[in-house]
Design a protein around this ligand. Structure first.
Ligand SMILES: C=C(O[C@@H]1C=C(C(=O)O)C=C[C@H]1O)C(=O)O
Length: 132
């Protein structure tokens, strides 16, 4: 396909910028549309990163309370509840619930790793590079 290259990681790759237009009006319209949508994608990514920072601040605070009270990092009953809840929310929102599960697995696993580090430091959250 014109304009597509194989990238190092094996994906077919096209850099979408003015050079991708190649004098073709259909491509020019596509590039314009993509650039407009990318503004919203960037805004969404900013919001997600800010929300993740807040989530990790919260889970680290839970980690401190757990470590000081002698509780283990994991609570599988809470995780089961979250799994079911997020699957329902994803389906209602029109999102593949597998994506919600991948998100949940990622954040919960990272939260528990931080709980372990806090517990090993005797409940001191300062052990984390940054608070989150
Ligand atoms: C943050 C907690 O600790 C762990 C991490 C969880 C999370 O990231 O949401 C959920 C359950 C626990 O396995 C908690 O118990 O609330």
């Amino acid at each position: 396909m014109p304009g597509a290259n194989d990238s190092e990681d094996g994906w077919r790759d096209t850099t979408i910028d003015a050079s991708a237009v190649e004098g073709d009006p259909e491509r020019a319209a596509a590039v314009q549309g993509i650039e407009r949508i990318r503004q919203s994608i960037d805004n969404i990514d900013s919001a997600i990163i800010s929300l993740l920072a807040e989530r990790f601040k919260c889970t680290s605070q839970v980690g401190v309370l757990k470590a000081r009270a002698g509780f283990a990092p994991e609570d599988h009953q809470r995780e089961d509840h979250q799994m079911k809840r997020l699957a329902r929310i994803a389906i209602d929102a029109g999102l593949d619930p597998q994506i919600a599960q991948m998100y949940r697995e990622f954040v919960v696993t990272e939260a528990k790793k931080r709980h372990e580090r806090i517990a090993q430091a005797g409940g001191d959250p300062g052990v984390l590079d940054i608070w989150a």
